[in-house]
Design a binder for this molecule. Structure first.
Ligand code: DCP
Ligand code: MG
Length: 371
């Protein structure tokens, strides 16, 4: 059974993976504010940036899981990561929420949104291949506009990221995602008729739009997925504006612990796809296609349920289920598999449901993982 700490606190559990977090919830005015603070903390890159950002995300995840609208400070009582007496970070969440509940807005959030720093960081981080450290370097050098960046030394990702900035910052609709998915499926079928293409990421959670299209490619027979990606890429070469293939290290073993705990070891291709627009949306002056970020991830069938879980997100849900698993179950969970921390024994699972069951977690379908 879960430890005392992790048990229900006023209906909202301590680990976000234990809660039902639907796409549409009751407290978006508050969570929008906390997520601006989260992003701002992340942009600042100072000493405790990551843990400060995480504290805001945890507070926001709690509010998203509340099955009602919070209208008074009283109802914040005992909420995890918001009303906990011994954390100054939870205190910060509560202070901002209180301001919004009582005044209708938060000065701190307004100041951030209107600041040159925040606006510029958002602009620069919108370039594919640019993270907060590069963006901050440019900001500190006095750059404020995309035009200022054009003549700087950029890597390959950043160069195409800047070239297709507008398209890549226009949300991908569900229809567009399905369209890309169908094109990839058709090509896969030509290579091997049993290849399976699964739309994951935000769209699997039910989001109507997203920033990219994430597709898992697998085959029901173990090993049949090998050597498929180069063939898929060859067949799609006219559909791609840009590709960056990441080779598998060959160590797609559940116990592999790479440098980054969030980056898995699957063979994959990060690409920019050139999607033809339907005639009705074409207009005389515009180009007849849209640049869309597409990720193709090749998954051996024995690791499929873990990859499915790992690529469905959200990022916070993934972080939380791994934290729960490690702390409460002494098990390491990755997109490749899971194993016990002490004896390193692999724990098998054939479906997502079985993974939850083996971890003593109530099953959450993708639509309830929107934390
Ligand atoms: N993922 C992760 N950690 C990363 C990258 C990805 O856990 N560092 C997982 C969780 C995400 C999924 O992969 O849900 C896809 O990542 P995206 O960044 O594409 O996020 P989403 O698809 O959830 O949202 P969006 O609509 O912005 O694409
Ligand atoms: Mg995505």
């Amino acid at each position: 059974p879960p430890t005392k700490k992790s048990r229900l606190s006023k209906g909202v559990n301590m680990y976000a993976c234990q809660n039902c977090t639907p796409l549409h919830h009751f407290n978006s005015r508050l969570t929008d504010a906390l997520e601006i603070l989260e992003q701002h903390a992340f942009f600042r890159l100072d000493q405790n940036a990551e843990s400060r950002a995480l504290a805001f995300r945890r507070g926001s995840a709690t509010l998203k899981a509340c099955p009602h609208k919070i209208t008074s400070v009283d109802s914040l009582k005992n909420l995890p990561y918001i009303d906990t007496s011994n954390s100054s970070k939870a205190g910060h969440c509560k202070k901002v929420i209180t301001e919004i509940l009582e005044e209708g807005f938060s000065d701190e959030v307004e100041d951030i949104v209107n600041s040159d720093f925040y606006k510029t960081m958002k602009l620069f981080c919108g370039i594919w291949g640019v993270g907060p450290s590069t963006a901050k370097k440019w900001f500190d050098s006095g750059h404020r506009h995309l035009n200022d960046i054009k003549n700087l030394k950029l890597n390959k990702d950043q160069t195409v990221g800047l070239e297709y900035y507008e398209d890549l910052n226009t949300p991908v609709s569900k229809d567009e995602a399905l369209c890309v998915s169908e094109i990839v499926k058709t090509v896969c079928m030509e290579i091997k008729k049993d290849l399976l293409v699964t739309l994951v990421g935000g769209f699997r959670r039910g989001k109507p739009a997203g920033h990219d299209v994430d597709l898992l490619i697998s085959h029901p027979t173990q090993g049949e997925e090998k050597h498929v990606l180069p063939k898929v890429m060859e067949k799609l070469k006219d559909n791609f504006l840009y590709t960056d293939k990441k080779m598998s290290s060959g160590t797609t073993h559940p116990q592999y612990t790479g440098k980054s705990s969030t980056m898995d070891q699957f063979e994959k291709c990060f690409s920019i796809f050139k999607l033809d627009l339907p005639k009705s949306t074409k207009n005389g002056n515009e180009k007849p296609w849209k640049a869309i970020r597409v990720d193709l991830i090749v998954v051996p069938t024995d690791q499929y349920p873990f990859a499915l879980l790992g690529w469905t997100g959200t990022k916070h849900f993934e972080r939380e289920i791994r934290r729960y698993t490690k702390t409460e179950k002494k098990v390491v969970l990755t997109s490749h598999g899971m194993y016990t921390t002490d004896t390193k024994q692999s724990i098998e699972a054939k479906t997502e449901e079985e993974i939850f069951k083996k971890l003593d977690l109530e099953f959450r379908p993708p639509s309830e993982r929107c934390c």
